[in-house]
Write a protein that binds this ligand. Structure first.
Ligand SMILES: *[C@@H]1O[C@H](CO)[C@@H](O)[C@H](O)[C@H]1NC(C)=O
Ligand SMILES: *[C@@H]1O[C@H](CO)[C@@H](O)[C@H](O)[C@H]1NC(C)=O
Ligand SMILES: *[C@@H]1O[C@H](CO)[C@@H](O)[C@H](O)[C@H]1NC(C)=O
Ligand SMILES: [Cu+2]
Length: 397
């Protein structure tokens, strides 16, 4: 694959350099946008631009760069290796001081806790994009410690607009992340008023609702320990109580094609990449943040809604193995967007707390992103360039 990229690169580069930077949607036909061809082209353009950033002194170079690919582009043996590595993380013991978080039994739980603990600082805040970029990098590193040396896979939701339960990612085979949750009939439509918005949002139940029943991560081979915290939602998203007891249970999933059709189809992802020229509008729209748009949910919420179940319990959503692939795809959308005007897309917007509650001042690129003890603290500005080598060295194809 790496070799292939090198062979293809000059081709990609020579066919894309002629494309003007300020692309409008009008540059693509509706068919190209809806089929994902436009997004593919934008990804190739970003890739060509990322490759121009290598230099001999750079600690990230073509021999080292990790190639992040869509699940379907990865060979089946590699997919099995990925699944094995996730299971390896979930079998290693917790490294937190004994008694600090009683429900964190394994290293996987620790990583979930690292997210839960910081929920109020890393969502609808200036740290949202950079934190999740570093957080999934940390997971990629943990996978490497467990024998998976390739780039973190991503999930392109647009490929599954007809039903994620039909996706190779969730078909229950041994090369999937397991099946849908067991189907639970007669559930009510889920309605809520997103924070700051004044209209209720309704999403019909998906095709599962219960425990993942077949394939990797089914109820006999994968256990969730932390939470649930979904009922603890309040406006300031406080950190959950670390002293809650262990709550062993299955992985709950409720795949939802409506979520993909409404918020995360190819047209949607392409829209975010092409429509905004500053990070406030880009992030705010992608997140359905009332400070930027009247439209709730959108790409980020829609991506979580497409998986459903525990993926909707914001604090512990990383308990869902597909979380990492979904956030890789969100990172990819940001990455492509950044590369369309790289020099001007190195900053963050919004404040240091969720919805600026409590008021916290604007985040800056000199602030630190912390995931200790799993990875050292890093400045936001060191997380802007994925081929900078410190600490990032990956591209998306
Ligand atoms: C909903 O909120 C917007 C501003 O956020 C406001 O302009 C509009 O009047 C509100 N609508 C209702 C029905 O309250
Ligand atoms: C997302 O796609 C849906 C369905 O095509 C469309 O109604 C919606 O306006 C799109 N949203 C964005 C932000 O592109
Ligand atoms: C914070 O950023 C916003 C724009 O995103 C700006 O309007 C505001 O003045 C900034 N506040 C401070 C204290 O710099
Ligand atoms: Cu998150």
């Amino acid at each position: 694959m790496r070799f292939l990229s090198w062979v293809l690169l000059p081709l990609i580069a020579s066919t894309t350099t002629a494309i003007p930077l300020n692309l409008g949607t009008t540059s693509f036909t509706d068919a190209a946008i809806d089929s994902g061809l436009a997004l593919k082209g934008l990804n190739a353009l970003a890739l060509a631009k990322a490759f121009t950033k290598f230099n001999l002194k750079n600690r990230c170079n073509p021999a080292k760069v990790k190639i992040r690919q869509e699940w379907r582009s990865i060979s089946k043996p590699q997919r099995r290796k990925f699944i094995q590595a996730v299971k390896c993380i979930s079998a290693k013991p917790s490294i937190l001081p004994p008694g600090q978080v009683p429900a964190s039994i394994h290293l996987y739980d620790d990583l979930v806790w690292a997210h839960a603990l910081r929920t109020g600082a890393i969502h609808n805040s200036g740290y949202f994009l950079a934190f999740h970029r570093y957080y999934i990098q940390m997971f990629e590193d943990a996978l490497e410690d467990c024998g998976y040396n390739s780039g973190l896979p991503y999930w392109e939701w647009g490929l599954d607009v007809d039903g994620p339960h039909l996706s190779p990612l969730f078909d229950g085979s041994d090369t999937s992340l397991g099946s849908d949750g067991e189907y639970i009939p007669d559930r009510e439509t889920f309605s809520f008023i997103p924070f700051g918005h004044n209209e209720s949002l309704s999403i019909a139940p998906g095709t599962g609702g219960g425990c993942v029943h077949t394939g990797p991560f089914n109820m006999n081979e994968f256990t969730v320990h932390l939470g649930p915290y979904i009922d603890q939602d309040s406006n300031a998203l406080p950190a959950p109580d670390p002293n809650l007891p262990d709550n062993p249970r299955c992985l709950n999933r409720d795949l939802n094609s409506e979520s993909i059709r409404r918020w995360t189809n190819f047209r949607n992802s392409t829209h975010y990449i092409l429509s905004y020229d500053n990070v406030f509008d880009f992030q705010g729209n992608l997140d359905g943040d009332i400070r930027a748009t009247q439209k709730p949910m959108q790409l980020h919420g829609g991506a979580h809604g497409a998986i459903g179940g525990i993926a909707r319990d914001v604090r512990i959503s990383p308990n869902e193995p597909a979380f990492w692939l979904t956030h890789a795809n969100l990172d990819r959308v940001w990455w492509i967007w950044q590369h369309l005007d790289f020099e001007n897309r190195q900053t963050v917007a919004f404040t240091r707390t969720w919805m600026d509650l409590p008021p916290s001042g604007n985040a800056t690129v000199d602030d630190y992103i912390e995931i200790e003890p799993h990875a050292p603290a890093r400045k936001v500005k060191d997380l802007m360039n994925t081929v900078g080598g410190s600490p990032l060295c990956y591209v998306y194809v």
